[in-house]
Design a protein around this ligand. Sequence first.
Ligand SMILES: [Zn+2]
Ligand SMILES: [Zn+2]
Length: 307
Amino acid sequence: MQTLLTLPMTLGYGYAYSEEGVIGLESGYGDYLFISHAHSDHIRPIKKRKLLSSEFTAKLVYNIKPAKKLKNIEYHNAGHIPGSLQISIDTDGGKIVYTGDIKLSSRGSIKGADVVECDYLIIESTYARMVHPSYDDVVHNFKKFMKKKGTKIIGAYPVGKAQEIIMLLNEQGTTPIVTEKIHEVNKLCSKKIDYVVAGTDYANEIIRDDFVAILPPSKINRELAVNMSVAFNKKIYTVGITAQPWAVYKYDKVFPISDHADKNELIEYVERANPKMILTTHGDDIYFANLLRKKGYNAITYSKLKR
Ligand SMILES: [Zn+2]
Ligand SMILES: [Zn+2]
């Protein structure tokens, strides 16, 4: 049994001290605000703070340029969605890493996360309880289903998931219809993708036949599918692209493609980063901290540091 190490003075809940100022880790505290990526659950108001993020995230979320990188920090690829970053901060008390959301394996145009060796690791634990099926198998099944006759409405997050799905559809010659919001994000991505924006003449022409549309998941529900089936006088399939278990109740068909590390990848990260102490956050944080303690690591939930 190991005893829990005490935290360095430089680390508290939601912030870390560096020589150049206090860095808020996606929180309301500090001279600087680090935002790992553009998903809404990670975004905070910037107020008078200086923004530490990728150019992509700064442009998409705040429509500004990020501040110059500080001397004692380093950014690392997080492999989650376009523009997603981890941050490492060198402090007197040791090296702190905050992962944001991560995925270790590469897929499509997204390269898997870098593993950063550190003393204190604040790591996400969204899917700490799950083992994701093989990406290639899921993609194979997805493509097979999408080739079948019928109109499909796909629920996919506008940042990351939507672009990934457009690419997969393009690979088999399908041009999907997307919302204005997804189009806005697409414009910031460097990779060329084919799609049509809803409401345009071309989109109105496409919907006379079977078509594929991509919407944010919040816009899709059973009622929409029924109403559309009546309006178009044909069966409309709703398709979810998510590893969240409840998705089977919402969609006709679910393909568990995840932009998050699963249990195995999270453990792999911890083993390779080899920290003195681990703080788990997001999703199954209690479960993951317990699991790590059983493996002999010093681990607690990040929220335990809250006063
Ligand atoms: Zn995310
Ligand atoms: Zn998240």
